[in-house]
Design a protein around this ligand. Structure first.
Ligand SMILES: Nc1nc2c(ncn2[C@@H]2O[C@H](COP(=O)(O)OP(=O)(O)OP(=O)(O)O)[C@@H](O)[C@H]2O)c(=O)[nH]1
Ligand SMILES: [Mg+2]
Length: 304
């Protein structure tokens, strides 16, 4: 037998699934050690599957962050669920992520069944341990463990960086030998335009409430780099579904859209490593969440 032409390490794909708001994307960012996924306390923040890569001397773990599984109310919701389910179809390890501070209910049970059906090792991750008392954690652990048969159970806090090593060890134990699938210094496989649009959308999620966060889609129209001033000009469009939402995003005298732009620029500049001039416009795209082709155009769900 001849040796393979590549370095053999522990490598494979690891899906993180769970209810919206469970803490999946925050955990992915903490594991990778850089911001690759947007996060917010608005459920259904994540709108597409994304890969985040943890590279070590003896392993390469490709985490797949997914949209929270929920009861869909529109075409967008259906797309998001479909995208998460597809992530489960082809991974080495399926992680059920549960918020240790929230009541475990039918939503978690449903996701647990999907994890049980996956042909993968199963890891139960209880996260947000920093906001639960030890006795609450114990109680949740007992209930969550009853959701299915798990190969590993881990308690962690993404926010405080508690037991991230435990998460890594738990998944690594179930990875096969294989090649590094991605370059060693690549934290995510997302195109830069997607990350820019998502970073802008995150700032909208953080600055607005009620129906507005869900009704927003962001697209990058154009991007040009000026070497002399070391500045990237980004033209982005924020789409909303109603005229009233447009007013909220723009705000009184343009105050809100300026704040969104200023907030977003910090992440955009960090990502690009240049100064950024951000031109934000707000446009109306009536009921886009009900329209499969529009959803696809934004790249949400399985789009793009
Ligand atoms: N205290 C605490 N809060 C956390 C932790 N992890 C996530 N959160 C918060 O929980 C909320 C949801 O986090 P996300 O990472 O966006 O959750 P998600 O599971 O990706 O949500 P969806 O994308 O909607 O499915 C955010 O407000 C996070 O700041 C944690 O370990 N501790
Ligand atoms: Mg998420």
């Amino acid at each position: 037998m001849t040796a393979p032409a590549y370095e053999v390490v522990k490598s494979g794909f690891v899906a993180l699934v769970g209810r919206p708001n469970a803490g999946k994307s925050t955990l992915v960012n903490a594991l990778v050690g850089s911001k690759v996924a947007i996060t917010s306390n608005t459920p259904q923040t994540t709108r597409h599957r994304l890969r985040a890569i943890v590279d070590q001397e003896d392993a390469q773990i490709v985490f797949v962050d997914t949209p929270g599984l929920h009861k869909p109310e529109d075409a967008l919701g259906e797309e998001l669920n479909k995208s998460s389910m597809m992530a489960l179809a082809d991974v080495d390890v399926a992680c059920l992520v549960i918020d240790v501070s929230a009541q475990i209910g039918p939503g978690d049970r449903w996701v647990a069944h999907r994890v049980a059906e996956a042909k993968a090792a199963r890891v139960l991750i209880l996260t947000k341990a920093d906001i639960a008392r030890p006795e609450e954690v114990e109680k949740q652990l007992a209930v969550a463990s009853g959701l299915g048969k798990f190969d590993e159970v881990v308690i962690c806090s993404a926010r405080e960086g508690f037991n991230l090593d435990g998460v890594i060890a738990a998944v690594k134990a179930h990875l096969p030998d294989g090649p590094r699938y991605f370059p060693r210094d690549m934290p995510t496989d997302q195109p830069v335009e997607v990350m820019l649009a998502e970073f802008i959308r995150e700032r909208i999620l953080h600055n607005t409430r009620d129906e507005v966060p869900h009704a927003v889609g962001v697209a990058i129209d154009d991007m040009t780099y000026n070497k002399k001033s070391d500045t990237t000009t980004i033209m982005a469009v924020i789409y909303v579904e109603r005229e009233s939402q447009k007013g909220i995003i723009v705000g009184k005298g343009g105050e809100m859209i300026r704040k969104i732009g200023t907030d977003a620029r910090v992440d955009l500049e960090r990502l690009l490593g240049t100064k950024v001039y951000l031109d934000l416009r707000v446009k109306l795209k009536k009921d886009w969440r009900r329209d499969a082709s529009q959803i696809k155009r934004f790249g949400y769900g399985e789009g793009r």
